[in-house]
Ligand binder design. Structure first.
Ligand code: GTP
Length: 259
C-alpha cells in the first residue's frame, strides 16, 4: 500500500488513471502547451482539496500563486456550480472561496519572498493542503539573460527546495504548472519535434511527478452542448514514483475536466 495520500483531480476517470489523483508528496508538475488544460486541472484541485478525505480531498484550503494571468475567479465559480452534487453537498456549510488564498507574483525575487516568508506564516495559521504555482515557467524564462544559466539554476533550486520543504513540513500537495518547448526526438524511427517540459535538467531534478497534457486533432460531441464539439486531450505520465508511463484521454467542458 502507498505511503502517501492522494488528492482527487475532480474527474473520476483521471483519478482512476492516477490511482486516486496527485500524490501528497514532493512536487507534481503539470506541463503542456498553451490551452492544453493545465489551469483547469489546478482550479479543480483548488476545489477538491477542500472536500473531506472520503470524497478524495484533504479537508484544507489552497494557495494559488498566479505568475502570468489574473486568477480566473469566474471560471472557478462556474466549475464549482457544475461540480457533482456529492462534492457540493460536502461543501454546503463552507464558503469555498474563503479557503483559496491568491497571490499574484511578477518576478522570481517575489516568488522566493512568498515561498520563504509569507507562505510559512500562512501555513502555520491556516489549514492549507494545496499550493499551486501557475506557472513556474514564465518567471524563469523571462527574468534571466540568456547566458545566466548558473543563477537561474540556483534560483530554481531555492524555489524547488522550499516547495519540497513546505510539502513535507505541512503535508501539502504541491502543483507547478510548466510550459513546453519543442525538441527534436525520434518516434517510429523518424525525427519529429516533440514537446518537452521547459526549464531543463535543473528543474526536472526537483520534480517528483511529471504529467504532460496535450491537445489532439480529434474532436467529440460536447456532452453539455451536443451540437458543439470539443477537442480530445491526453494526459501522459512522463515520470512518477509509482505510476506506469501511460496516457489517458480527457476533454474540457463547461463543467470542467471530464473523462
Ligand atoms: P495557458 O494558461 O495558456 O498555458 O493554458 P492552459 O493549459 O492553462 O489552458 P486552460 O486550462 O486555461 O484552458 C484549456 C482549455 O479549457 C481551453 O482551451 C478551453 O477549451 C477550456 N476552457 C477554459 N476556460 C473555459 C471556460 O470558461 N469554459 C469552457 N467551456 N471551457 C474552458
Amino acid at each position: 500500500k502507498e505511503k502517501w495520500q492522494r488528492l482527487s483531480v475532480g474527474c473520476s476517470k483521471l483519478d482512476r488513471f492516477l490511482r486516486g489523483g496527485v500524490g501528497v508528496q514532493g512536487i507534481t508538475e503539470i506541463a503542456g502547451e498553451s490551452g492544453s488544460g493545465k489551469t483547469q486541472l489546478c482550479l479543480q484541485m483548488a476545489l477538491t482539496v477542500q472536500y473531506p478525505v472520503t470524497y478524495g480531498g484533504l479537508s484544507g484550503g489552497a494557495v494559488y500563486i498566479c505568475t502570468e494571468d489574473a486568477f480566473p475567479s469566474r471560471r472557478l465559480q462556474e466549475l464549482f456550480c457544475c461540480f457533482p452534487p456529492t462534492f457540493s453537498e460536502a461543501q454546503t456549510n463552507m464558503n469555498f472561496g474563503d479557503s483559496i488564498f491568491i497571490e499574484h507574483i511578477g518576478d522570481v525575487e517575489s516568488l522566493k519572498q512568498c515561498l520563504l516568508v509569507r507562505l510559512p506564516q500562512l501555513l502555520t495559521q491556516r489549514k492549507v493542503k494545496l499550493v499551486v504555482v501557475d506557472s513556474i515557467a514564465g518567471l524563469f524564462r523571462s527574468d534571466y539573460d540568456p547566458g545566466d544559466a548558473v543563477n537561474r539554476a540556483k534560483d530554481l533550486q531555492v524555489v524547488g527546495g522550499q516547495l519540497h520543504k513546505l510539502a513535507e513540513q505541512f503535508h501539502l500537495a504541491v502543483i507547478c504548472v510548466n510550459q513546453v518547448t519543442n525538441v527534436a526526438g525520434k518516434k517510429n524511427n523518424e525525427t519529429q519535434q516533440q514537446p518537452v517540459a521547459a526549464l531543463g535538467l535543473a528543474w526536472a531534478n526537483m520534480v517528483t511527478t511529471r504529467l504532460q497534457l496535450c491537445r489532439t486533432a480529434h474532436t467529440v460531441p460536447d456532452p453539455h452542448q451536443p451540437d458543439h464539439t470539443v477537442c480530445v486531450r491526453t494526459l501522459q505520465v512522463v515520470f512518477a514514483p509509482n505510476l506506469p508511463s501511460d496516457s489517458c484521454h480527457f476533454i474540457v467542458t463547461k463543467a470542467g475536466v471530464f473523462g
